[in-house]
Design a protein around this ligand. Structure first.
Ligand code: AFP
Length: 359
């Protein structure tokens, strides 16, 4: 028997779209991102609607980047620019394009007075937007960019903080803040579909872009991460650089212990957003640990670890450096690195015990 969606091939496009929308939302009329945020905000006295507009702008950036990624193999935007970024990494053409897209979209929005990105050594201040604009945006415009040339998943990560001073413009230092000071955070995932997942501190919600109508529709309301999973995600090729505690923990996951759900399966795409998204939905643990000669690890605190940590915590999970909560890490520099161990609460707790030699 034909699946109802396949039958749609013989039907008109509007009918097919209607079928898709109604099927994906299990028979309910679809809730768009803007409608959902408006509904949520209506329950908060004093909400100005600015956060809603900021999230809508992230959504727009997601559509623009997704469009570039979709035809990346057909036009000359794959490969590297020949440049090296502030992290010492090769810059992909798509890194630059995604960065420009964020910059232009948020400058144009009039809602932010400063932005900082993985791709730029220093923040960009928008003096012409201050004092009306009271938010600052930090972002990783294209996470997992080594995946661009082989049609694998990519992401973008964002973190919004408020700048409340009225006596002066923000300076570069004002963008350096603790994870607990974020007012909105989340990510865009460019996978088999494009998703926007965010939190403003009241749970985590996921929206899937319906390309036919160009709208994000609520597909994952109040995401909850299972307390324990069966998947671990880590670059095992770095094993020789790990501390004894990290090695012992990862080895333990491979032991056969059916009663405790072991061995775990490994899943690693090289895109932090995609790997954490899998774990957010199905449980498990992602690790980019501190290494013997690089105890600070690889990932960046302000625009990678902090936003993902808040998302995962809001879904009931945990995010740790191995010794402390990510969101409590003192931020000292814009491009500060931090070890990241994130996922199901019980799994992260186990990892902490091994890393701290308590097991
Ligand atoms: P980019 O944002 O520079 O593409 O970083 C990718 C990344 O930071 C993260 O997405 C991956 O989890 C990690 O690097 C993969 O790194 P390894 O290749 O070292 O495993």
């Amino acid at each position: 028997m034909l699946h109802p969606l396949n039958e749609g091939i013989n039907r008109s496009l509007p009918t097919l779209l209607k079928t898709v929308i109604l099927t994906t939302t299990m028979g309910q009329f679809p809730l768009t991102l803007s409608r959902f945020i408006a509904q949520e905000q209506a329950t908060h006295a004093g909400a100005t609607g600015e956060l809603a507009r900021l999230l809508a702008q992230v959504g727009l950036v997601g559509k623009l980047i997704a469009q570039d990624l979709r035809c990346a193999g057909l036009i000359d935007i794959l490969g590297t620019t020949g440049g090296i970024n502030v992290q010492g990494e090769t810059v992909k053409k798509l890194d630059e394009i995604a960065n420009e897209t964020f910059l232009k979209a948020f400058h144009e929005s009039g809602l932010v007075c400063a932005v900082a990105s993985e791709e730029m050594e220093n923040p960009v201040l928008f003096p012409e937007r201050w004092p009306q604009a009271q938010y600052m945006l930090l972002f990783d415009p294209l996470d997992g960019s080594s995946n661009t040339d082989c049609n694998m998943p990519l992401g973008a990560i964002f973190s919004l903080v408020k700048f409340e001073r009225e006596d002066r413009m923000p300076t570069d230092d004002d963008l350096v803040h603790k994870g607990t000071e974020q007012v909105a955070a989340g990510y865009l995932l460019f996978g088999s579909s494009t998703m926007l997942v965010y939190t403003v501190g009241q749970g985590v919600h996921g929206f899937t872009l319906e390309p036919g109508i160009g709208e994000y529709l609520l597909s994952h309301k109040q995401i909850r991460i299972p307390a324990r999973g069966k998947v671990y995600s880590v670059n095992e090729g770095n094993n020789h650089k790990w501390t004894a505690g990290t090695k012992k923990y990862v080895d333990d996951l491979k032991n056969t212990d059916k009663a405790r759900g072991k061995p775990y399966s490994v899943r690693y795409s090289g895109c932090l957003v995609a790997d954490v998204h899998r774990i957010l939905l199905g449980g498990g643990i992602y690790l980019y640990p501190g290494e013997l000669d690089k105890p600070e690890g690889k990932l960046r605190l302000l625009y990678e670890a902090n936003p993902l940590a808040w998302v995962v915590e809001q879904a009931g999970g945990k995010a740790s450096t191995g010794t402390m909560r990510i969101l409590d890490v003192e931020a000292k520099r814009l491009h500060q690195r931090v070890p990241l161990i994130i996922g199901s609460a019980d799994d992260v707790r186990d990892a902490e015990e091994f890393i701290q030699s308590r097991r």
